[in-house]
Design a protein around this ligand. Structure first.
Ligand code: ATP
Ligand code: MG
Length: 430
């Protein structure tokens, strides 16, 4: 036997029945986007590496050590599998001058790639729902985006008690600069505690030191000067306007002054939805405002705000809180005892399907045809409500047998072949 091949480490196959949970989740997302007026966009998985270096920031974890970058063997182009969705969407908007007629609300479902240490809730290929409002200054749109997340959590059946909304403001560039100077001073005064990562970032990106997971640095980080104290009037007003909306709709949140997010492009509003049910993979959704990104990527100054939700983590959270996702099952399972009945059975299944009934058939080559018993086992396992049995005797009389698989007491009955279409239509309308 040839050596077997395996999926790349940290990258998952999504097979039935798990895939049904994904489809159910996606249907909730699509309904949400329609309700909030967000249009779907799809951009390439592969982008020029420079897009992410410029867009995400050179000294972020993602760009420093998590990107799947490669050289196109055909022409030497430097390319990267997208590690996040926003930069690609902004590139597309700039390239196509898509905001020419005004601001846009868009969303995308994306697979993203990061070379991280795989564990539960953390993979090397994972999936996000990504939502962006482009060309809006806010703060109303900032609040809208946060409320969309809440609406989705509610639609999915996740109790609000199991999630927390954390909110912060990163202010504007000049405010961050003043804060940064104070931070560097603070870190320099505690140079003995800084780890290698922190030392390297001390002058390139000291804000990221606040995001450290090193326990030895926690106390030092907690006593660091807070950006909140450096915010000017306009930034505070923006934050307060977002808060006023959240308060008005009764959405509780916690101001987390240390929330900085892992990408460089954010300003003003940043937020995360976190849960304590998934260990250190507790952030299910994160986002914020990125008013400078369009310019950074060669576009006109364009205010924007967006969020990304990890689909795998949301599905884990659904499992953790015990939300039962409805399993997809056919309406009808066709049991075909003998090869001679197959043409009539297939024809009738087609009639039912065009009436909107979902039909699964026990189709197999002659050598693995399966006994009646094994076919009924499959019928039960399919979750179908009804079995249609194409027995030779019934067919000779122009009939088919009908068995209710959900009600063992219900007697088996027969249907005239000519009446099956009408029966199927009734089934649909029931
Ligand atoms: P974390 O702090 O957990 O690494 P992050 O800040 O890097 O998250 P974002 O870049 O904001 O995450 O991505 C948005 C969402 O994608 C996260 O909130 C999370 O739900 C999910 N996510 C991020 N990294 C992974 C991963 N490696 N595997 C699975 N889901 C992930
Ligand atoms: Mg991360």
């Amino acid at each position: 036997m040839a050596e077997s091949l395996r999926a790349v480490k940290g990258m998952n196959d999504i097979l039935p029945p798990e895939s049904a949970r994904w489809e159910w989740f996606e249907s909730k997302v699509r309904a949400l986007m329609a309700r909030y007026g967000y249009a779907n966009v799809r951009t390439p998985i592969v982008e020029p590496t420079a897009l992410f270096v410029r867009g995400i920031g050179e000294v972020t974890d993602i760009v420093e050590k998590e990107m799947y970058s490669f050289t196109d063997a055909m022409n030497g182009d430097k390319l990267t599998l997208r590690p996040e969705a926003t930069a690609g969407i902004v590139r597309a908007m700039v390239e196509h001058n898509a905001l020419y007629n005004g601001p846009m609300r868009v969303w995308s479902e994306v697979s993203v790639f990061r070379h991280e240490r795989p564990q539960k809730g953390r993979y090397r290929q994972f999936h996000q729902i990504d939502v962006e409002a482009l060309g809006f200054k806010g703060p109303d749109v900032d609040a809208e985006q946060i409320l969309m997340c809440r609406a989705l959590l509610v639609d999915l059946g996740i109790p609000m008690a199991n999630v927390e909304l954390q909110l912060n403001s990163l202010g504007q560039a000049d405010e961050r600069l003043a804060h940064r100077a104070a931070l560097v001073k603070h870190f320099e005064a505690h140079a003995d505690i800084l780890d290698e990562d922190a030392k390297r970032r001390l002058h390139s990106n000291p804000l990221r030191i606040l995001d450290t997971k090193n326990p030895a640095m926690q106390a030092m980080v907690e006593s660091a000067p807070q950006l909140m104290d450096f915010l000017g009037e306009a930034s505070l007003a923006h934050l307060n306007a977002v808060r006023a909306i959240l308060d008005a709709v009764g959405l509780t949140y916690r101001i987390n002054p240390r929330l900085v997010r892992g990408l460089d492009y954010y300003n003003l509003t940043v937020f995360e939805w976190v849960t304590d049910l998934l260990g250190s993979q507790g952030t299910v959704c994160g986002g914020g405002r990125y008013d400078g990104l369009f310019e950074q990527l060669g576009g006109k100054p364009t205010p924007a705000v967006g969020w990304g939700m990890g689909i795998e983590r949301m599905l884990l959270l659904l499992e953790a809180v015990g939300v039962a996702v409805p399993a997809g099952a056919p309406d009808v399972f066709a049991v075909v005892p003998a090869a001679e009945a197959m043409p009539v059975a297939v024809a009738l299944c087609e009639t039912l399907r065009s009436a909107g009934v979902s039909v699964q058939m026990h189709a197999a080559g002659a050598e693995s045809w399966g006994s009646m018993k094994s076919q009924f086992k499959r019928a039960d396992a399919s979750g179908a409500r009804h079995a249609l049995i194409f027995g030779a005797d019934e067919l000779a009389r122009g009939e088919v047998a009908l068995k209710n698989l959900r009600d063992a007491q219900a007697p088996q009955r027969t249907l005239a072949l000519a009446d099956v279409a009408a029966w199927g239509a009734d089934l649909r309308n029931a």
